[in-house]
Design a protein around this ligand. Structure first.
Ligand SMILES: *Cc1c(COP(=O)(O)O)cnc(C)c1O
Length: 229
């Protein structure tokens, strides 16, 4: 983990940007691997599937970690997600805003929300269009049980990593426009193991790193939620 942190620091220094927060992406990794990183001081972990996160959290409850949902959220899982997570980074439609607000328990801090933007991938069904961000942000900001924190993006996985720079830059411009209306929005989540230096140079305040921290994932990913809903 120290070498990953060092790489983030070096990338930030080279770009004269603040060092971003590290979100450790623990999908497909066992609870023991999460506990090892937690012992090194890592607090924030990202999971893609509600069911997998629930099982892991049950084993790690005593550690009081901070959990982020970074996978697509089906509406019928919003109730569970509103209880299990501290952050949901994949809010991309009004229906989800309402469902998360309705189900966030009153005795918990407001749920931190990032709006996922579909910045360059017309074919992807996930993420809202750039021109939908303002209305969605207003909807989140209007919910007392939710707290608008910013934007999240997954650019098209172009094999030439340099080609993702434009997507990161456009997302940062969108983020700056968002901050104009919502000065408390402080988080721009972009960049993964292979492209985080570019994302940092373009203004990421949080990077989501899995492989570089945990090693490569098993070829067959976790069974999607709907198979055992
Ligand atoms: C898996 C995943 C990551 C981490 O990817 P790595 O290449 O393993 O660092 C980051 N963000 C999202 C949304 C993911 O699904």
């Amino acid at each position: 983990m120290q070498d990953v942190l060092l790489r983030l620091e070096n990338a930030a220094r080279a770009a004269q940007r603040p060092v971003p927060r590290l979100l450790a992406v623990s999908k497909t990794q066992p609870a023991t691997a999460v506990a090892e990183l937690a012992a090194c001081g890592q607090r924030a972990f990202g999971e893609n599937y509600v069911q997998e996160a629930a099982a892991k959290q049950a084993q790690l409850n005593a550690l009081a970690l901070e959990w982020h949902l970074i996978g697509h959220l089906q509406s019928n899982k919003a109730r569970e997600a509103a209880v299990l997570f501290d952050w949901v980074q994949t809010v991309d439609r009004a229906k989800l805003v309402q469902a998360l607000a309705l189900h966030r328990p009153a005795d918990r801090a407001p749920l931190n929300v990032l709006i996922q933007v579909n910045i360059d991938d017309e074919s992807s069904k996930h993420g809202c269009r750039p021109d939908e961000v303002a209305a969605l942000a207003a909807a989140v900001a209007g919910e007392p049980r939710l707290r608008l924190r910013g934007l999240m993006v997954i650019p098209q996985p172009h094999p030439d990593i340099e080609q993702r720079r434009g997507a990161f830059r456009r997302t940062r411009e969108l983020f700056e426009a968002l901050q104009h209306d919502h000065p408390d929005a402080d988080t721009l989540s972009m960049g993964m193991s292979d492209d985080c230096p570019i994302a940092i140079a373009e203004g990421a305040t949080m990077v989501r790193v899995g492989t570089a921290l945990f090693g490569s994932r098993p070829a067959k990913p976790h069974t999607p939620d709907h198979s055992h809903a």
